[in-house]
Design a protein around this ligand. Structure first.
Ligand SMILES: NC(=O)c1ccc[n+]([C@@H]2O[C@H](COP(=O)([O-])OP(=O)(O)OC[C@H]3O[C@@H](n4cnc5c(N)ncnc54)[C@H](OP(=O)(O)O)[C@@H]3O)[C@@H](O)[C@H]2O)c1
Length: 404
């Protein structure tokens, strides 16, 4: 069976994360799609900057070479700006490809038209990565909307501005000092305007508004205000009152008007966003049946964003290749084995088949990976305790078990 062929637009932070994730989790994807999932071509601006481990992948600065590939099933957009991403995705949809995008600016402006085109051409359109990085906000909202009416969404949608506000308060820094640290840590761009002036959060709020209310916020009632005016003195006063500044995007419907505000607000201890610190993002959703739901997690970064894109890819797989979801045909071969500490005489112990020793901790204890079934067959003088919340590096790489 021929491979699922992917055209990847962009090979920066997000593009590289997607490429690596698809390579690394090939077994999981193959279990879902029933065939190999392969990045066939990558689009970049400057080819000479890049080198690829797989010589079979086409690396090009010419989108036509990608769209004219003899086989192309999915196009993933991880480039920047409204254009040329919009034009490329239109072409991909018209060719009958499924499309996935992380490009929030493009999607905030053209999402509705792309959704219309995708429906018309009977292909999927994934945009989980446009809001909240690795947090599954889009799928959660889609799921909620099956039964609920969503009344309001509030969120910390930009990790850079949240990091700056957190650092100012916790480290007693000025805005400029905190911004400099955010830039040194790679959280803020050299030109940080998009983050600190609230444009990035506003694009995400537009995507949420389109999803929840079917239209963009009204320009007359919407507000976008950055965090550049917040001073350390203001933060101190707020703290003395038990309050914290947060840069919050809020989207709500009043009668037929959708309003969106992105601005610094003060939150008290009882508010769901009060404890969201550093580069974390969070969304708090008020819905009529379920009440309030809050989601929190990494709002950006290579692998959180790649996770959202691969989630979209898997949704496409589930919709388009349902036959492979027969019972028992999914994950078993790719699930990590549980990690155990075995207590007993390590020198004398004879382990049945199926045990992978990770390390010998002392003469009475060693760490293994093994299935539940294998552990149940251990000799009675050996006691096995499963280790939760740890991962075990491959035995040859590292002899220690490390916390996640
Ligand atoms: N970074 C995140 O954590 C994150 C999270 C969620 C969403 N996003 C969104 O994901 C997209 C990618 O972000 P990123 O951080 O990966 O950006 P990035 O590191 O700047 O990478 C952008 C990539 O796109 C390529 N590119 C840019 N303009 C192009 C053009 N006109 N034609 C062809 N290739 C072009 C660049 O090529 P060269 O390498 O040759 O310059 C580069 O490989 C953006 O829309 C961003 O808003 C990012």
């Amino acid at each position: 069976m021929s491979a699922i062929s992917i055209g990847l637009l962009g090979f920066g932070t997000v593009g590289k994360g997607v490429y690596e994730t698809i390579s690394k989790h090939q077994g999981r994807l193959q279990a879902i799609f029933g065939r190999e999932v392969k990045v066939s071509a990558i689009l970049v601006k400057n080819v000479s900057k890049h080198s690829l481990p797989d010589g079979e992948v086409l690396l090009t600065d010419n989108f036509q070479e990608i769209i004219e590939l003899p086989k192309l099933d999915v196009v993933i957009d991880a480039i920047v700006g409204r254009e040329p991403g919009y034009t490329y995705l239109r072409q991909a949809i018209s060719r009958g490809c499924h499309v996935i995008t992380a490009n929030k600016e493009m999607f905030a402006f053209h999402g509705r038209e792309l959704a219309r085109l995708a429906k018309h051409n009977n292909v999927s359109l994934g945009f989980e990565a446009t809001v909240g990085g690795g947090i599954p906000i889009i799928q959660t909202i889609k799921q909620l909307l099956n039964a609920n009416k969503i009344e309001r969404i509030e969120g910390i949608l930009n990790g850079t501005s949240n990091f700056i506000l957190t650092s100012m308060r916790e480290e007693n820094l000025t805005f400029e000092e905190a911004l400099k640290i955010a830039q040194e840590k790679g959280y803020a761009e050299a030109d940080p305007k998009n983050d600190i002036e609230g444009y990035d959060a506003f694009y995400k709020a537009v995507v949420l508004s389109e999803l929840v209310f079917g239209k963009s916020p009204s320009q007359e009632t919407s507000v976008r205000e950055g965090i550049t005016g917040i001073t350390i003195e203001q933060i101190r006063v707020a703290a003395s009152l038990g309050l914290k500044f947060k840069h919050v995007a809020s989207i709500q419907k009043e009668q037929e008007t959708i309003s969106c505000t992105v601005k610094p607000v003060l939150t008290g201890e009882a508010h769901p966003l009060y404890r969201v610190e550093g580069v974390q993002n969070a969304v708090s959703i008020d819905a009529d049946i379920v009440g309030n739901i809050s989601l929190q997690g990494p709002g950006a970064g290579m692998f959180p964003t790649a996770s959202a894109i691969v989630e979209d890819l898997i949704h496409i797989g589930k919709a388009d290749f349902p036959a492979v979801f027969e019972e028992g045909k999914s994950e078993e071969t790719v699930l990590e084995q549980p990690v155990w500490v075995i207590l007993g005489d390590a020198d004398q112990a004879e382990l049945p088949e199926g045990f992978e020793t990770i390390s010998k901790v002392s003469k009475d204890a060693f760490i293994v990976k093994a299935s539940f079934e294998a552990v149940s067959l251990l000799a009675p003088d050996l006691k096995a305790y499963q280790v939760l919340g740890y991962y075990a590096p491959a035995a040859e790489e590292n002899k220690q078990v490390q916390p996640v």
